[in-house]
Design a protein around this ligand. Structure first.
Ligand code: AMP
Ligand code: TRP
Length: 338
């Protein structure tokens, strides 16, 4: 529902056939995204999700969340979790999210998320949740999936739906989760009346799946990452470990990462000039990554513990106010208010 903020704007009419056009104000899109505090970020996280988040936040209203309850599905170490939560706040600010504009907050500081997740859990079936990739992968590997992992998509749906989200910038592997959020919105709206907007994932094709040092998808679980906020030495070490195909004229795996940091024409000139010189090309890639990451790393290091606490306290308060407004409506619609 969008209120007309220009009530005095004249509506047009033509004689005989009454016609009135409602002039809607330009409304900012609402953005929501989240990261699990489950360890250090890699350049796949930055290029696939964070970079476009900061770009979209130039013109969208937004919330960026630290998904600490989602992380509990895998992480059982309180001091590591605490450290990672503060780390994600630093990451968001370092990549350019402005905490005065966007709301940076912890999922656990807004209990309305778990509250809504329960209501959504009661609307979906077990076979529906059994289709989730994260759950299926774990079962396929013969591992025990906990109930939190099984219902993960409904907590994520609650995260997104509580804030009337339009767009969810993420990497390709989160597409299914956003589809779940849309389905949950439809199921709720059908059962209880129009309440939730249907959100859309925002995935950039060129960086939907950033390759790792072995050419497969860059992922913590494959140990093929280039750390985003590692030292230059750590970045260098990771780049030097990129698997090169000694038969190829140009090292594919190096090129496929490099093309994400430099424009295509410059890059083909560089690769032509350095045919077969893998070390030189890797050195050039380190410098290109460093040019992007260096200033962000410096910003990250300047964020104090007190800054982190202040950002989370303020973000939590602002997020709770919005979430509670929505939940009051939801409680009323499902009938738990008497
Ligand atoms: P994760 O912590 O791996 O669940 O990822 C956090 C965010 O980064 C999600 O939006 C992912 O889709 C995105 N992401 C993770 N790995 C990659 C990758 N290799 N390429 C592109 N995006 C990624
Ligand atoms: N599942 C996301 C990931 O692992 C994290 C996440 C939780 C999220 N809630 C979200 C992302 C809501 C976008 C929107 O990366």
């Amino acid at each position: 529902m969008s209120a007309n903020l220009c009530p005095h704007f004249p509506s047009f009419g033509s004689a005989g056939a009454p016609f009135s056009a409602t002039i809607l104000p330009m409304q900012k899109q609402r953005l929501f995204t989240g990261l699990q505090p489950s360890g250090a970020l890699h350049i796949g996280n930055y290029l696939g999700a964070l970079k476009q988040t900061t770009e979209l936040l130039q013109s969208a209203e937004g919330l960026v969340m630290i998904a600490d309850y989602h992380a509990l599905t895998t992480l059982k170490d309180p001091s590591e979790l605490r450290e990672n939560i503060a780390g994600v706040v630093r990451d968001y600010v370092a990549v350019g999210v402005d905490p005065k504009k966007a709301i940076i907050f912890q999922q656990s500081s807004v209990p309305q998320h778990t509250e809504l997740a329960w209501i959504l859990d009661c609307l979906v079936t077990v076979p529906f949740l059994m289709q989730a990739h994260a759950y299926k992968d774990k079962v396929a590997k013969g591992l025990d999936a906990n109930a939190g992992l099984f219902t993960y998509p409904m907590l994520m749906a609650a995260d997104i739906l509580l804030y009337d989200t339009d767009i969810v910038p993420v990497g390709a592997d989160q597409k299914q989760h956003v589809e779940y959020a849309r389905e949950a919105a439809v199921k709720f709206n059908t059962a209880f009346g129009e309440t939730f907007k249907e959100p859309k994932e925002k995935i950039l094709d060129a960086v939907a799946v950033v390759p790792g040092t072995d050419g497969k998808k860059m992922s913590k679980s494959y140990s093929n990452t280039i750390p985003l906020f590692g030292t230059k030495d750590e970045i260098q070490k990771a780049v030097m470990s990129i698997v090169t195909d000694s038969k190829a004229e140009s090292p594919e795996n190096v090129y496929n990462i490099h093309r994400l940091f430099r424009d295509r024409e410059e890059l083909s000139a560089l690769y032509k000039e350095n045919k077969g010189k893998y070390k030189a090309l890797k050195d050039a890639l380190v410098e290109d990554i460093e040019a992007v990451v260096g200033p962000m790393r410096a910003r990250r290091e300047s964020i104090t513990d007190n800054d982190v606490k202040a950002i989370l306290a303020d973000g939590g308060e602002r997020a709770r106010a919005q979430a509670e407004k929505k939940m009051a409506d939801v409680r009323n619609k499902v009938g738990v208010t008497i």
